[in-house]
Design a protein around this ligand. Structure first.
Ligand SMILES: C[S@@+](CC[C@H](N)C(=O)[O-])C[C@H]1O[C@@H](n2cnc3c(N)ncnc32)[C@H](O)[C@@H]1O
Length: 324
């Protein structure tokens, strides 16, 4: 239970029993019920029309999802298990890893992940559709590992910061209500140094005008979705992108870093301009006349100084005098 927190306020949750019915509650008073035996931590509680449509689709699809999915791989002559295993390889799992799978669906990847985990690991499975999650839990019954299931929205995860060693999500991203927020949530719950692997449909740009694309996008317009490059959080490091399954799905993987990247911006740059990368940004003043600029270049050269060193000294002296 300690794993689950309020998806809204991030407060710890406590289980309460009232008139024989159990529910979870946070200090600030929100209540979350159980559905199909899983905690339903969906937030916001009232879904948008688009989210409702997605949810209804998967609620009605859960019974036949596994029956038809093989066709996605058959179209491109690919072996589903082999291909999915190459995605999971990128998570760098150890036998004791804490792993989160988002939008796990009926558990086609979850089983392959469970296969790699030992008794000290933890596998947490998340989806917005109770019926898809139920199928996943049935599939994982035979795996004797610590596994936990919860209904929630990928954009508001009910898990603590820096908890998982690896976070994975395949096939759901294009349906998430807020991809930027969902990726930021994945980063929040994954440890610094941990891995995130996500993928979904996206026809590469160079194939968009082909017959191949027309055929596939007619049945599934989701192939026209763009890879969410701009939505990748600033914490992402060593980002790689690859096109997979017939080259029409993207697979993004990255390591989680701390904040935005940092560089050495303070060494003296060789050459006539001089200064540092930082002074070039932070020390900018105002443009001068063309004539003054030409004189400054000549003066700096005569003194054997870089333009930065000469200017810095001149401005300092003039400012000191005027500040008296
Ligand atoms: C195409 S299925 C992919 C399932 C599975 N990952 C696979 O590869 O077979 C998409 C899944 O995303 C889930 N989903 C859609 N929107 C979601 C959201 N906002 N939060 C969590 N799951 C969501 C659906 O319920 C569905 O199970």
């Amino acid at each position: 239970m300690a794993l689950l927190i309020s998806p809204d306020t991030h407060e710890p949750l406590r289980e309460v029993e009232e008139n024989g019915a159990k529910y979870l509650t946070a200090g600030s008073g929100q209540q979350y019920r159980y559905l199909n035996g899983f905690a339903d931590l969906t937030f916001p509680k009232v879904l948008t029309d688009k989210e409702k449509t997605t949810l209804d689709f998967y609620e009605n699809r859960a019974d036949v999802y596994d029956q038809f999915l093989y066709q996605t791989f058959k179209t491109h002559g690919e072996d589903e298990v082999q291909v999915r295993n190459t995605f999971i390889d990128k998570l760098n799992l150890k036998t004791d890893s804490k792993v989160l799978e988002i939008a796990c669906g009926t558990g086609r990847d979850s089983e392959l992940i469970a296969n790699r985990l030992g008794k000290n690991a933890q596998l947490v499975l998340q989806d917005i559709s109770p019926s898809m999650l139920k199928k996943c839990s049935q599939k994982l019954e035979q795996y004797n590992i610590d596994k936990q299931f919860c209904i929630s929205n990928a954009a508001y995860l009910p898990f603590p910061d820096n908890y998982f060693d690896a976070t994975y999500s395949f096939g759901g991203l294009g349906e998430f209500p807020d991809i930027k927020r969902s990726l930021a949530e994945m980063v929040r719950v994954t440890k610094v140094g941990g891995k995130i692997v996500v993928g979904d449909e996206s026809m590469p740009p160079w194939l968009r005008d082909t017959y191949f694309c027309k055929v596939l996008a007619t049945t599934n317009p989701q192939f026209l979705a763009e890879i969410p490059f701009k939505e990748i959080p600033v914490e992402a490091r060593k980002v790689t992108v690859q096109w997979v399954i017939g080259g029409i799905f993207y697979l993004l993987d990255f390591e989680v870093g701390n904040g935005e990247p940092v560089g050495d911006f303070d060494y003296e740059i060789e050459g006539v301009r001089g200064g540092t990368l930082r002074t070039r940004l932070e020390g900018q003043l105002e443009g001068v006349t063309k004539e003054a600029k030409e004189m400054a270049i000549k003066a700096a050269s005569k003194k054997g100084l870089s333009m930065h060193a000469w200017l810095d000294e001149v401005v300092r002296q003039a400012a000191k005098k005027d500040l008296l």
